[in-house]
Design a protein around this ligand. Structure first.
Ligand code: FAD
Length: 308
């Protein structure tokens, strides 16, 4: 078996999710190549080469792959896929954008968001917002897979795999990069944070989200939100946790003013310890919480911050 992992990049650097996808590749077994595609991505390639279990890193460094546009990346993967039995990527914004295109170009089924590997052709994946687990078997000769990073412990770094250049340059006439607005934050990235504190509609407005800042600073936490808080315009949508947002599995998840709809739980119920602060003792979030505080958040949050 030979596996190609598409590296996840964040602002041109190797994102933490890649180490988790490599762990999934190890569970399948075989040689594991990592493709780093982008513009000026040598540093990301160097970082990928240190990850344990990597056979070699392939670097496609060209302006056409800048900004991780899905159309050229899909075509590039389709060109390279002939050498492999499996192509894996994180079920991240980029992975979810690129991999369906590869599957379509190769006329195979995509296997999305796997959380376990049963064998080289059989995988487990959540369905119905995580309320059931489907075991799916693929007979395609090429398996195109996205991996839920939080379901696999990332591999360590310590290796030194060889790095080779890929000279395939595809044409992209389908899409053009226009601009991007990046949220700048000194906090840990939501998807990989060990501690997450999230606010919901109960926060009342965006200004009140500042009540979470001091606690997040003290705990080194990322800040998340429910979809209701995002839809109401309290905070940007890259903070959304849940079925249609980010899937997180931190050591500690603190849900503040969040009722606990199943679509929210789908994004955080694998957290090791869940704390909920809600003024309604009947709120469903208390059914999954390890620690529940029935309280008004406007009193509880300042008190929690001062105690911390
Ligand atoms: C297809 C689909 C996909 C979805 N995807 C997502 C998703 O990815 N993520 C997501 O979060 N949702 C998602 N939703 C929406 C989801 O169904 C809920 O509507 C949403 O999660 C509710 O957000 P909330 O808990 O913040 O708001 P509410 O359900 O309105 O809960 C607010 C809570 O705040 C509490 N509260 C109010 N004031 C205070 C106070 N002063 N102190 C303490 N507690 C207080 C209330 O008691 C209440 O429990 C999706 C829905 C659909 C249909």
């Amino acid at each position: 078996m030979s596996i190609l992992v598409l590296a996840d990049l964040h602002e041109g650097q190797l994102a933490g999710a890649t180490a988790h996808v490599i762990a999934a590749a190890q569970a399948i077994g075989g040689d594991i190549d990592v493709l780093v595609a982008g513009e000026n991505v040598q540093a990301a390639a160097d970082a990928a080469a240190t990850l344990d279990g990597v056979t070699k890193v392939r670097v496609a460094d060209n302006a056409v792959y800048a900004h991780q546009l899905a159309e050229p990346l899909g075509k590039l993967l389709a060109e390279l896929a002939g050498d492999y039995t499996h192509v894996l990527a994180a079920a991240s914004t980029t992975g979810k954008n690129v991999m369906p295109r590869l599957a379509a170009l190769k006329d195979v089924a995509q296997i999305s968001d796997i959380i376990a590997v049963e064998s080289a052709d059989t995988f487990a994946r959540p369905i119905y917002a995580g309320n059931a687990i489907a075991t799916v078997k693929s007979d395609d000769t090429l398996k195109v897979i996205t991996v839920r990073p939080s379901a696999f412990d990332g591999v360590e770094s310590g290796g030194s795999a060889p790095i080779e250049a890929v000279d395939v340059v595809v044409e992209n006439t389908q899409s053009t990069f226009v601009s991007e607005e990046l949220a700048k934050s000194d906090r840990p990235e939501l998807g990989g944070a060990k501690v997450v504190i999230s606010g919901g509609r109960g926060m009342g407005n965006g200004e009140n989200f500042k009540l979470l800042d001091g606690i997040a600073d003290k705990l080194g936490a990322a800040i998340g939100a429910s979809r209701a808080a995002v839809d109401a315009g309290f905070v940007p949508n890259d903070m959304q946790v849940g079925q249609t947002g980010k899937i997180v599995a931190p050591d500690l998840y603190i849900a503040v003013g969040i009722s606990g709809a199943i679509q929210h739980l789908a994004g955080m119920k694998d957290a090791k310890v869940i704390v909920a602060i809600n003024k309604d003792e009947e709120a469903p979030i208390f059914q999954v919480a390890d620690y529940g505080l029935v309280a008004d958040l406007f009193e509880a949050l300042p008190e929690l911050e001062s105690k911390l």
